[in-house]
Structure formats: C-alpha cells, structure tokens
Write a protein that binds this ligand. Sequence first.
Ligand code: SAM
Length: 219
Amino acid sequence: MEKRNDLGIDNLVKYQNYIEDLYKESGTLSQKSFIDKTEWKDFVPVIEDDVVRFLKIMLQVKKPMKILEIGTSIGFSATSMALIAKKYGGTITTIEFNPLAQKQAEKNFLRYGVDKTVQIMYGDACKILPQIADESFDLIFQDVENRLYPQLQQDCVRILKTGGIFIADDTLFPVMDLGEQLKDQVEPTNQFNHMIANSSQLESTLLPIGDGVVIGIKR
Ligand SMILES: C[S@@+](CC[C@H](N)C(=O)[O-])C[C@H]1O[C@@H](n2cnc3c(N)ncnc32)[C@H](O)[C@@H]1O
C-alpha cells in the first residue's frame, strides 16, 4: 500500500493558511475584529479562529443548555459560543479571577448583545470547581492556565453530565516551540493529555486545530 506523504511543518503552515483564507469572508466573529474592538490589550491570548468554528459546530449539533467555561480572558470564546447558545436558549457560566479581564469581558458581552446569555463567576477556579455540588453541565470548555488542567480534571468530569462534552484548548503545548514563559506548562499539559487518553470516563481524541483541542464525551 502506498504510504501517505509526510505532512511536514511547511505543509502544515500551508494547510492552515489555505483554511484561514477559505473562511476569511465567512462572517464568523473573528479573533482580530474582536481584539481590535477590545479596549484592554494586556490579556492572556484567546482561542484561534479555527477553534471558534469548531465550537460553533459542536454547539449547533449538541445544543448544550448549560455550558461551563474555565478561563474567560476578554470573553472571546464565551461570546462566540453565546452567539449560538442564545438562539436555542442555552446559557454559559465562565470563570475568571483577573478583575481587569472580568471587566473587559463584561463590556464585550454587552457589545455583542450576549450579556443575558453569559454570566461571569468571579474567583479562582481551583476553589470554585470543588465547591460545585448541586449543578452539572452539558458542555465544559477548559481554557484556564494549562498548569491547572490536571488538578481540575477530576472535578470537570464529576460535574459533567453523562453524554456531556468536554473540550480543552492548548493541548499540543508538549510538541510546540513555546517561549520561555510557557515552558512550565509543558509537563502539566502532557500529564493532562495522558489522563484524558487513558480515562475510563471519557471517550476522547486530540484534534490538531488551534494549539491542539481535546474533545471528549462522558461515558
Ligand atoms: C487562555 S485565557 C482564556 C481565553 C478565553 N477562553 C478565550 O478564548 O476568549 C485563560 C484565562 O484564565 C484565567 N485564569 C488563570 N488561572 C485562573 C484561575 N485559577 N481561576 C480563574 N481564572 C484563571 C486567566 O486570567 C486568563 O484570563
């Protein structure tokens, strides 16, 4: 049987450029336009446009009524999901502990008319998650600091409904050329990826979109 060509890093960049070019007129809220309108610029990076497209499709297929996001930043991913969730009556709770990010995210939710669909929970996810006892979610989007992924994973699965969807961003950090300031995120991300891949509670895969997206369904 003929061997599939090695993708190679140059080709990968070509594929990504081709895909982004295809979708540039698609009308989807883009990272660039969202950031351009955002007043506070000193925020932690937000999801890539291909991850937005992926989330939007997942929401339309699954129509999760209760969504939990961990890590709001300026609210780009929450707004992108909320624009879909709003149409079918879903709601999003998003956790953030940086007051400047919270303030900017609230402004952005108002700007895009999703302030009734998204609610920010202020505080440290490491304290909030273990305290959630009487609530469960149809979809959880993990996008907090990667260093915390392994520590929060057990609670994420616990508060996810059976058949619920778990998504985590930035999971290809272990094989990416990261700057010095992100080096300490590599080992926890690798540990997290192994936890997910070997979990008896989740059926999952890791997709090479954005900086790597894990998607799982709770068995
Ligand atoms: C990658 S950004 C989130 C990006 C956002 N989901 C988006 O794509 O629009 C991660 C965010 O998590 C927040 N964060 C980090 N550690 C946290 C913690 N322990 N509790 C709550 N928020 C935290 C950071 O302040 C940062 O704004």
